[in-house]
Design a binder for this molecule. Structure first.
Ligand SMILES: [Zn+2]
Length: 395
């Protein structure tokens, strides 16, 4: 029998960090380090070597989800383990991003914490489950998806695949979902959703030496921007609150206007990020802002585009049993863990669709994710792998 890869979780995490899979985050960049396909190839080769059934499904050109499956008893429930393949960019890092240096019980590098450490733990658990597959009762599907960091498209495609019956390995919805993100071995049962969109005001271009002939779109945006700051800081936090994730937020993250300093700008565009509470309606949040501006006489000038991102947030209304049993396994493994809410987004809400119990769990602290010296503790990798293995083999 061929040797089963992924059984050394630390070595696996190092291997994964050494294969760049940087998400350009919408920037026009090219280079060897960008996109997930090298990592996808590596995972595919390993699954091939293990003789496991797998599917490689295109989401965008050369950007593929990879799904593998271990069969349990007929009619048994299916646990989906999901992890994203992409990392954020490496600009400004102070450690070698792809060296995966091992020092003082930590692996350093881009993705060590978010989320190649978590991926290594899932792969390790999956490899161990495959080794004793004959005694497994549940079906375990491991999905490695693309583009979590900039739009959750891999997760969206994965869900479409089981909904449409396009996937042989996931012919129907899973019964439970565990999404890997750095939670410090806690169980995240709730997180915020996000709605992002652009809005703009128009003006009239003119030569800057005769500005009176034009209408300056940047000046027109001024009072709107002031009102948005007040709205974001003083109004949005009062709209609602959630015991695990706190209050909603609004942030204007980008502003763009003008084509040259000697031209009166005819357009000024903002990009807005509004974080939603679980179960808060994206449509209502969008409408609330427009109503607020209208009530301050600023409704007509600002033109809103259709949101380019909308995710609902993860609600803790469905996942109580899953969280409790995973938490029990974590505690049996000797870790003081708890259920918690977090402000950041994950693939969990997209995959759950408000219908399937889903939680987020993994090694590493979100405080180290995306940082200039990103790292993860090797002990946490081992613990996460053991917890996932025990949880799946007992379910
Ligand atoms: Zn992540």
């Amino acid at each position: 029998m061929a040797e089963i890869p992924f059984l050394d979780v630390v070595q696996t995490a190092q291997d994964l960090v050494r294969i760049p899979s940087v998400n350009p985050m919408g920037r026009e960049v090219t280079g060897e380090i960008y996109f997930e396909h090298r990592l996808t190839d590596y995972l595919e080769n390993q699954w091939k070597a293990m003789g496991l059934p797998y599917e490689r499904c295109e989401v965008f050109s050369s950007r593929d989800n990879l799904v593998a499956r271990l069969d349990g008893d007929e009619n048994a429930e299916t646990i989906l383990l999901e992890v994203h393949q992409d990392t954020v960019p490496v600009d400004g890092m102070t450690v070698a991003p792809f060296a995966a240096d091992l020092r003082d019980g930590r692996i350093y590098g881009r993705g060590a914490c978010d989320i190649k450490g978590g991926m290594a733990s899932m792969l390790n658990a999956f490899a161990r489950l495959s080794r004793d597959a004959k005694s497994s009762r549940v079906n375990v599907v491991l999905a490695c998806t693309i583009n979590e960091e900039n739009g959750f498209d891999g997760a969206k495609k994965l869900r479409q695949h089981w909904q449409s019956g396009a996937s042989k390995l996931l012919p129907r919805a899973p019964d439970k979902i565990i999404v890997a993100e750095p939670t410090n071995l806690n169980v995240v049962t709730a997180h915020k959703g996000t709605i992002r969109w652009q809005c703009y005001v128009e003006g009239r271009a003119a030569h800057s030496s005769m500005p009176e002939l034009g209408a300056n779109a940047i000046y027109r945006m001024g009072p709107i921007l002031n009102q948005l700051e007040t709205y974001g800081l003083q109004i949005v936090p009062l709209l609602a609150s959630h015991p695990l994730v706190g209050k909603p937020t609004l942030s204007v993250g980008m502003i763009e206007g003008g084509i040259s300093v000697n031209t009166v700008p005819d357009r000024c565009t903002l990009t807005i990020d509004r974080r939603l509470l679980p179960n808060e309606s994206a449509e209502e949040a969008f409408a609330n802002l427009q109503d607020y501006l209208a009530s301050h006489g600023l409704g007509d000038a600002l033109i809103h585009e259709t949101p380019f991102l909308s995710t609902p947030g993860l609600s803790d209304q469905l996942n109580g049993d899953l969280a409790e049993s995973l938490l029990q396994t974590i505690r049996e493994c000797g870790h003081e863990a708890d259920c918690m809410g977090v402000p950041y987004g994950t693939d969990a809400d997209t995959l759950s669709g408000g219908e399937i119990p889903a939680v987020v769990f993994g090694p590493g602290d979100i405080a180290q994710a995306h940082t200039k010296d990103e790292w993860v503790e090797t002990e946490q990798l081992k613990s996460a792998a053991e917890i996932l293995y025990r949880y799946c083999s007992r379910s």
